[in-house]
Design a binder for this molecule. Sequence first.
Ligand code: HEM
Length: 154
Amino acid sequence: MNQFAADNDICGRADLTVVLRRFYTAAFADRRIGPFFTEIAGTDLEVHLPRITDFWERALFRTAGYGRDAFGPHAALHTARAMTAEDFGRWVQLWNAAVDGLHRGPNAERAKATGERIALALHKRLAGEDPALLRREDTRGFVPLAALELRSPA
Ligand code: HEM
């Protein structure tokens, strides 16, 4: 099967479940952002996955109810350890890689654009309380994706 066939777009919850498991497996293992999940929040992936799948199903297809507070957990994390522009840039890079590795099409593009938009919004809201964390580039609406900053230490 051609992995990039035209009909290989993200089609619904079943596809999201696979993309999200792939993304969080990579995120948990990542040297830069993994510790937010594994050390600070102590996230149970099997609890987090159905919630985050609801979140994305609602964001992309409007077919699931997600009524939880998505900002609160990040504010708590940020208090425990500042979440930097580079952390959000790394999140975006891993999210794009998870989507691109499995799907191609308009919904996949929307998933990536939505991820970057929310990452930027979260970063601005968190860093806004601590302007030292806002880099100059951020005022242009860009999560810095400089390879140097994003590459996990070898
Ligand atoms: C550096 C970037 C990020 C890190 C380190 C991070 C980490 C976390 C952690 C540790 C939690 C708590 C999970 C738990 O319940 O144990 C969480 C929750 C959540 N994250 Fe993020 N996150 C990041 C960016 C994002 C972005 C960009 C989005 C949206 C596209 C997002 C969506 C969510 C949502 C919706 C929840 C709440 C799930 C619930 O309903 O409990 N996160 N995040």
